[in-house]
Design a binder for this molecule. Structure first.
Ligand code: AP5
Length: 213
């Protein structure tokens, strides 16, 4: 496979950008979405992950690596993918490098979404998600036509448990201590493109598409 990584703090807009890049032919691999689906289905992985996610902590590396390993070995050769929310630790990044080398896959670019904390707080505490289809809204920047109702399938919108102010604070701390070191890891490989994620999504997408060539 050929892949890019969307890296950045919670709420920087990785999922929103990924949604736009799907139109450009990228397959979307989001470990957060996979874990939320596992929780919904009450699978053993979901039951294990729930507590970590509710506290804004990372799910253990071995659980995440198991999920990703299967996906990489099963991926369609020649298709391009984007990783959203993976890797999140140096252990995960090193494992990805190893798996890519084993499968002849190529990491083309790491798109780093830079965003100040005050914008992140407003984006996350104002985020609303459709209970059924997962469409993402924002109470100010992307409000649905009818308050609390999804435009796509008319189902109820909800606020993620981990989008409370206290948990967002912990997620930012976890990002700074465990995920930010990946910037240096990928910088040393010459792969990082910095994107100003405080802009509107249209400007971000244009900048990213230019970067990806
Ligand atoms: P995950 O679901 O991956 O959460 P995250 O990385 O914290 O990112 P978010 O989904 O919260 O934000 P985002 O950057 O996608 O922003 P979005 O586009 O939605 O992970 C959740 C949890 O799962 C983790 O805490 C951890 O416990 C676990 N986990 C997942 N992967 C793991 C791994 N690899 N290892 C270990 N544990 C793992 O945008 C946010 C809001 O802002 C939306 O309302 C949107 O409409 C709005 N918005 C977006 N962009 C803009 C813009 N440019 N202008 C205005 N508004 C915008």
């Amino acid at each position: 496979m050929n892949a890019i990584i969307l890296l950045g703090p919670p709420g920087a807009g990785k999922g929103t950008l990924a949604e736009a890049l799907v139109e450009d032919g990228y397959g979307h691999i989001s470990t957060g979405d996979m874990l939320r689906e596992a929780i919904r289905q009450k699978t053993p992985v979901g039951l294990l992950a729930q507590g970590y996610m509710d506290r804004g902590e990372l799910v253990p590396d071995d659980v995440i690596i198991d999920i990703i390993e299967g996906l990489i070995f099963d991926s369609v050769a020649g298709k391009k993918f984007m990783f959203d929310g993976f890797p999140r630790t140096l252990v995960q990044a090193e494992k990805l490098t190893e798996l890519f080398s084993k499968t002849g896959s190529c990491l083309d670019r790491v798109v780093l979404l830079d965003c100040p904390d005050e914008i992140i707080f407003s984006r996350l505490t104002g985020r609303r998600v459709c209970k059924s289809c997962g469409a993402v809204y924002h109470v100010e920047h992307k409000s649905p036509t009818e308050e609390g109702v999804c435009d796509v399938d008319a189902c109820e919108l909800y606020q993620r448990d981990d989008d409370s102010e206290e948990t967002v604070r912990n997620r930012l701390f976890v990002y700074a201590s465990q995920t930010k070191p990946l910037v240096d890891y990928y910088d040393a490989k010459g792969l990082v493109s910095h994107i100003d994620a405080a802009q509107g999504i249209g400007d971000i997408l244009n900048q990213v598409l230019q970067t990806l060539g």
